[in-house]
Ligand binder design. Structure first.
Ligand SMILES: *[C@@H]1O[C@H](CO)[C@@H](O)[C@H](O)[C@H]1NC(C)=O
Ligand SMILES: *[C@@H]1O[C@H](CO)[C@@H](O)[C@H](O)[C@H]1NC(C)=O
Length: 199
């Protein structure tokens, strides 16, 4: 029993050492347990009180990447009861960036039938913004306000947006493309279980 520490002050150091060991093991186990606020495989963000999900690069055969258009990505999120992620602050942006860290430059044959077949072209993760990057311009698929843009730059045309964080590809931050361009991942976002919000 490692809880209920009553009367434990007179313990020998060997006993204390074993308690610390147990506590360490326990916190390692706990790290793998899904947060009760989110479905299994989703990551809870206490700052926003939302849950986020990024699919793995390899979803079926474990060899080639699965690629998604922006439209397919949003419809997959909807099947999970979520939307492509919206991002509303630098802090939430940093959190999402931390979820999509990758290191793919030297992988081979993950997109064998694509031109170019360099993985760095496909390592982005779709987010839910469509627009030209201007504040209050365009829309998030979850209907939230367009009050933040990670590129910090207004484009002459509207595009569909993604994030990427891959040192080996020298890409970090927001990007944009046509909805039909295929990327290997996407970020879904849903309110946490204790939330009264429904987007
Ligand atoms: C990727 O390949 C380059 C050139 O072959 C090499 O210099 C680099 O160390 C490799 N990077 C990783 C992360 O393996
Ligand atoms: C879409 O992505 C490809 C690959 O990165 C790039 O060559 C192309 O310029 C992008 N399109 C736009 C409109 O940025």
């Amino acid at each position: 029993m490692i809880f209920g520490f009553k009367g434990s002050f007179g313990m020998k150091s060997s006993q204390l050492a074993s308690i610390f060991l147990l506590t360490t093991v326990f916190s390692q186990i706990q790290a793998q347990v899904p947060d009760p606020q989110c479905p299994r495989g989703w990551v809870y963000n206490p700052d926003t009180n939302f849950c986020y999900y990024v699919p793995p690069f390899y979803t079926t055969d474990g060899v080639q990447w699965q690629l998604y258009s922006w439209t397919t990505a949003e419809s997959n999120c909807q099947q999970f009861g979520s939307h492509l992620a919206s991002i509303h602050s630098k802090k939430e942006d940093d959190f999402v960036q931390s979820l999509v860290i990758s290191n793919v430059a030297n992988l081979t044959d993950v997109v064998p039938d694509k031109t170019p077949n360099d993985p760095c072209f496909y390592a982005g993760a779709w987010i839910g913004y469509y627009g030209n990057g201007g504040l209050n311009f365009g829309s998030w698929t979850d209907g939230s306000l367009v009050d933040y843009n990670g590129l910090g730059q207004k484009l002459p045309n509207s595009y569909f947006w993604l994030v990427m964080n891959d040192e080996s590809c020298q890409s970090k931050g927001w990007g944009y493309n046509f909805s039909t361009w295929l990327y290997a991942r996407y970020v879904c976002k849903m309110p946490a279980r204790n939330s009264l919000k429904s987007f």
